[in-house]
Design a protein around this ligand. Sequence first.
Ligand code: PGA
Length: 253
Amino acid sequence: MRRYVIAGNWKMNLGPKKAVELIEAIKEEIKGKETAGCDIVCCVPAVDIAVVAAACEGTPIKVGAENVHWAEKGAFTGELSADMLLEAGAEYVIIGHSERRQYFGETDLTVNARVKAALAGGLKVILCVGELLNERELDITAEVVAKQTKVALKDITPEQMANVIIAYEPVWAIGTGRTATSAQADEVCGIIRNVLCGLYGENIAEATTIQYGGSMNAGNAAELLSMDNVDGGLIGGASLKAPDFATIIAAAQ
Ligand code: PGA
């Protein structure tokens, strides 16, 4: 059976001091509560990874990075390799977030290069796919997410899929307060699962965690997470508020 994964994406918020404060607040919120029903991940700015990993030791909270370079090392000023992220304490990494696609020239091919490097390096991947508003209006959502998923997973082996989570994030729902309906989220997560079935067969498709992301919050999480094909959330804004993040974790139990 696939696992629910509730992952926060802190984006470009909080330096090390405030990051530890937020982790301490989340720890306080989940203390004594049931959390075994999902994996909990906080994907944090690179400068926070080491201190956040230390603060999460002995807790169910795991740490992720927000991006990774495809090379093992070398002359890539400003970039970070899988090895470096792991050594700092990251276990997961977000790849292909729409903000990276939109503002930093990320393409399906660079996403694939990063996924390969991350998995080869030993990180677990949260791979983001999702359509733009005009793509939804043109009724090509299925084609867009299928292409993104297929290219991102090129050369990824069936064994490696155990370390891949897919996050369906409709771009029009990210940071806009405009959430996909639970039916829309379920439909597209199901389309992605069908794509995985075509690539890897039914067992792997059924075992892969597919999250929804895009304005998931304390108020709508339970409904979204109740859908068959939605196995968790990738949460931006609401992951920066400890009580809200804890409510979403509770909804996943
Ligand atoms: P949001 O961000 O929850 O603030 O919409 C989600 C994401 O970008 O992963």
